[in-house]
Design a protein around this ligand. Structure first.
Ligand code: AMP
Ligand code: TRP
Length: 323
């Protein structure tokens, strides 16, 4: 049994990339491990600064976790903002982290390159994430590839703290499945809300149809042979289609005879069959708001106890406890 910790930001509806790249691993690992799954609501205020939108986004992640099969009887589901230790520890880590080191973070560099106004919270994002992780001493942190650097930051910060104050934090490892490390969106780039190329995980059939039909392909005719390697349609089929459909697409690509139009229609069918039961489960949960809020309360109580103990140890190590 391993300790697992991960989280997603509350920034809007999750998509196929979030699910296959990360949340599916949360579900799978949660089955026989000691798992903690957060809603990173403090991270999301670096970008979401509308009260109603934030409230909705937070609740959405809770619904997503539950609809996708994270079992609250087995795993702890909680909101970061309900555990004060996350921000307490962030301050302490801030004091051992240098500015040039944080300036090397991809997310910060991207934001700067886009000439966005970078707030201090965004700059400090990796430090808050290090606190999220290190408070719970996880063995593994399941994430998509774009979060690899953040887990490395957590490891570096833990090492530095241990060096200064003595062994306190366990060094975490990222858990990334190579096949789904980067799921492509409808334009072939990494699927991402910010690129607007995503397929929402709980999309209705007409939306799935519209998005799948607009997936960018080359201009090969149906008769020509096609490569499955790096092909967005084929990759998405491999995520959501049954074996029979996938074999049909593979043969049609390799031998020629299957056009992109037909491949897309088959993908719409597979994707809708995959999503329909999840949509249904989510719809049921929406009706039971009190149940969902109860799960979050209970999760926060469990997480708080773990975090509080670690924080006590940290304060002791750095000289904030007077006997
Ligand atoms: P976010 O919505 O940025 O909080 O992402 C939640 C999780 O989904 C993170 O672990 C990301 O690494 C992962 N993720 C996001 N987009 C993709 C993608 N296109 N392919 C694979 N994983 C992804
Ligand atoms: N930064 C992560 C993302 O965008 C979300 C996150 C916040 C997280 N805290 C975490 C992921 C701790 C893993 C562990 O997806």
């Amino acid at each position: 049994m391993k300790r697992i910790l991960s989280g997603v930001q509350a920034t809007g509806k999750i998509h196929i990339g979030n699910y296959f790249g990360a949340i599916k691993q949360f579900v799978d690992l949660g089955k026989d491990n000691d798992a903690y799954y957060m809603i990173a609501d403090l991270h999301s205020i670096t970008t979401v600064q509308d009260k109603e939108e934030l409230k909705e986004n937070i609740f959405d992640v809770a619904l997503d976790y539950l609809a996708l099969g994270i079992d609250p009887e087995k795993s702890v589901i909680f909101r970061q903002s309900q555990i004060p230790a996350h921000t307490d520890l962030t301050w302490i880590f801030n004091c051992i982290t240098t500015m040039p080191y944080l300036m090397r973070a991809h997310a910060f560099k991207d934001a700067e390159a886009k000439a966005k106004e970078v707030n201090v919270g965004l700059f400090d994002y990796p430090v808050l994430m290090a606190s999220d992780i290190l408070l719970y001493s996880p063995d593994l942190v399941p994430v998509g590839k774009d979060q690899k650097q953040h887990v490395e930051y957590a490891r570096d910060i833990a090492e530095k703290f241990n060096r200064i104050y003595g062994d306190t934090f366990k060094l975490p490892e990222e858990y990334i499945l190579q096949d789904v490390a980067i799921v492509a969106g409808i334009d072939g780039r990494k699927m991402s809300k910010s690129y607007g190329n995503h397929i929402p995980l709980f999309a209705e059939r007409n939306e799935i149809e519209k998005l799948v039909m607009s997936i960018v392909t080359d201009s090969k005719t149906p008769e020509e042979t096609k490569s499955t390697e790096g092909d967005t349609l084929f990759t998405l089929h491999s995520l959501v289609s049954d074996k029979e459909t996938l074999d049909k697409v593979r043969t049609g690509y390799e031998n020629g005879g299957l056009g992109y139009g037909e491949t897309k229609k088959m993908l719409v069918e597979s994707m809708d069959s995959f999503i329909a039961p999840l949509r249904e489960k989510r719809r049921e949960l929406v009706k039971d708001r009190d149940y969902v809020l109860g799960v979050l309360e209970e999760g926060a109580n469990k997480a708080r106890n773990v975090a509080r103990l670690k924080m006590q140890e940290v304060k002791e190590k750095i000289g904030l406890i007077l006997e």
